[in-house]
Design a protein around this ligand. Sequence first.
Ligand SMILES: [Zn+2]
Length: 476
Amino acid sequence: MQRLLKEITPRTEDYSQWYLDVINKADLMDYAPVRGFMVIKPYAYRVWELIQAYMDARFQETGHQNAYFPLLIPESLFKREAQHVEGFSPEVAWVTQGGSEELSERLAIRPTSETITGIMYAKWIQSYRDLPVLINQWCNVLRWEKATRPFVRPREFLWQEGHTVHRTEADAREETQRMLNIYVDTLRDVLAIPALSGEKSERERFAGAVETWALEALMGDGRALQAATSHFLGQNFARVFEIDFLDEDGERRLGWTTSWGASIRLIGALIMVHGDDRGLRLPPRVAPIQVVVVPIAAGPQREQVLDAARQAGAEIGEIGGLRVHVDDRQEYTPGWKFNDWEMRGVPVRVEIGPRDLAQGQVVLVRRDTGEKAVVPRNQLALRVRELLDDVQEGLYQQALSWRDSHTYTVSSVDEILAHDVRGFFKSGLCAESACEDRLQTATGATLRVLEAGEPEGACLVCGAPAVRRAVFARAY
Ligand SMILES: [Zn+2]
């Protein structure tokens, strides 16, 4: 048990190494032969599937349908929207050869799909009756990043990207906010992560968007992670790809488009928001195994204890409807198993030994606090269910109090430095993007989101009257 614990570097010693250790010990991914690419292992993939299931249900209930667009985009098409191509060009990988044949036109491996959906939508949309188009796709994209990190910034990643077309500006703006709110709900209700949301500054905006809205979460080291984005694209892409329609009054009008996405980096957020020095701590709603039953089986009652553990597992799974695993491996000690499942972040552990058997009880241990409770055997399924709700809520409350205790209202750059640039820093800001640049140079922090509401006081960089309410942080 001690031996394994030592293999996770404490967070205070080296946070980056701790992150990699947790990923390794929880068996979440492995490095692929091409640098910057990762293999997502089954346990992490299951977490992704559970996140997907929730988000997909929300997309469907708000009228969206899934479809699939090709991986390759012709260069000429990709280059049509000037800002878009400028923003993405440094990260695009190209296919130049098919078999032994040199291609007459390079093909981009999609870094995102606004261009391919744009050209197809232009073909499909003729009249106002064809609107809105509400399509999402679950797929992979490729961005040739220089600095990579597992889950948070791999070169190829899994995500969903929604691409919609609307008849009016108001409809498209409403869609942008609707999807942003679904991401807020996903983080809060499923991942137990409190996030800040707001608009991005011009400097941080998605290439080709009129407005980018984002969710930012605070990691355990005080750095921010952008968790999802929702873009109001105005008519930029509609103009370039000629997405127009015949309106009810007989006029031809351009459509209004949006796009929105969230990726597997959410697993990176889960690790860094909830993980501790013992490993992962998974919120029950996305835990592949919500409950693990560990029999403490030795001596003459060994078989009886194993039977009791299997029965308990069946009851929790079948009657309780929960994702349960009975760890009846003979070759490991109970202590080793406790440690192993803690590293993997299983929210609740059930222990059953000979004495529990005799006394008609079981021991429940929650991963978030380590608290133990002895409960009557006949209340097992009910108590486990209650405890899972408590763990889900407990993790959210811990994350919320971490975020709130690391959110500061500041009026100077020095105050940010005084907090070692760890946390969210709220301040007034002038309209000049040069002030964002100067702040980044001085602190490494970037403008994460602009918050709604009247700005107060002065720009924290130049002292001019504030016109925006900004939230800064160092970000992944
Ligand atoms: Zn300024």
